[in-house]
Design a protein. Sequence first.
Length: 420
Amino acid sequence: MIIIKPPLLVGREYFYFFLVVLLLFVFSLMVEFYHYTQLTQFDDTVIRVDVLKHYTKSRDGKKYGVLKLRTKDGVDFYITSEAPLKPLTGYEVTVWMKTKYIDFFEYIKGFVTKGAVVRVAREKSTTFQLGDSLNTLHKNQEVAQIYGALFFALPLSTSLQEKFSMLGVSHLLAISGFHLGVLSFLLFMVLKLPYVQLQRDYFPFRHGNRDLFIMVAFILGMYLLFLGDVASLLRAYSMLLVGYVLHDRGLKIVSLQTLVITVILLLALWPKLLFSLGFWLSVSGVYFIFLYFRYFEQLPQKVSFVAIAVWVYLLMTPISLVLFGNYSPYHLLSILWSLLFTLFYPSALLLHSIGLGDLFDGLLESGLAVDLKGEKILIDIRWLIPYLLVAIGAYWSRWSLGVLISVSLGITIATIYQVT
């Protein structure tokens, strides 16, 4: 018997939903505007911020430092420094900054301004201290950085970021849906045994799975708050909550409607996500997975396990090339790395929890030692909009689906030919 699950919203419910979303969006903008006026009430200000990244760039033969900073209100911005500074990534600093020419739009999307570091805290923030503690478990600093990104969403160095971009596996290091799914499963298994014992003795009338989900969601929510403003994780956590509510109510989960509703709610609550590249890449990946299940849901699970990895790689490649342009002969192997990562990530979590976190260090060091000679593939960003429109149309039209597959496959083959 085929069970048809109803969608989340029907008929007039759309009107009430968009009305609530509009009110939330207006309220969120008002809050952001208040923070903006507090920051820009004078021509310049002195403010305490966190240093997310600190790296060096060159221009006209001169080197200067670039600091990516985040305010306590979650606004990211950049300042440059001509004076040499010690590495400040992870520290809370007090900076003087020019605010006279910052408008509200720039404030929301992130801005660049003149500034200078006035004072530096004695110790790094807690997440960066935890990241540094990985250096005691791993002799190779780059390997420690990988685990810092996987466990605490810490930024990678520019050189390491470039390597993973060439390998096509940057998405594996950005904590998102897969990582949250693994954490959810592990927490569920850890909590299930003691909960079942307590339920049997004290509250047999309770809905066990629902209570376990609430506990898991609470722990993951604390993890999200601890890591801070991580767009891909915020999207994944919201999808997790929405997905469970739909499942608990017997409603359809894997649908375009579910994804759109979640994205609209997130944008209404956090308008800054509109300008977050990581957020939109995460949404795109989920959309392509939903698109796969729309047309190929009947395929066996073992086939889909491999097919989804190939499918997402193929459809995301044109987007990746337009935005980043990095490609090497090893890029195609990212499909294999994505499949192996489903085993690596939970294993790494368990090994670190029992003091054997360095078990994979040799393999990671060998991978990092590979000489990556890639190329910059230049694709005009104006091609991105037609591609995305075709991708959206593919949800309803098999003709658009055929065009989407043909274009993405053609671009991928042409790129492989160019770099080999």
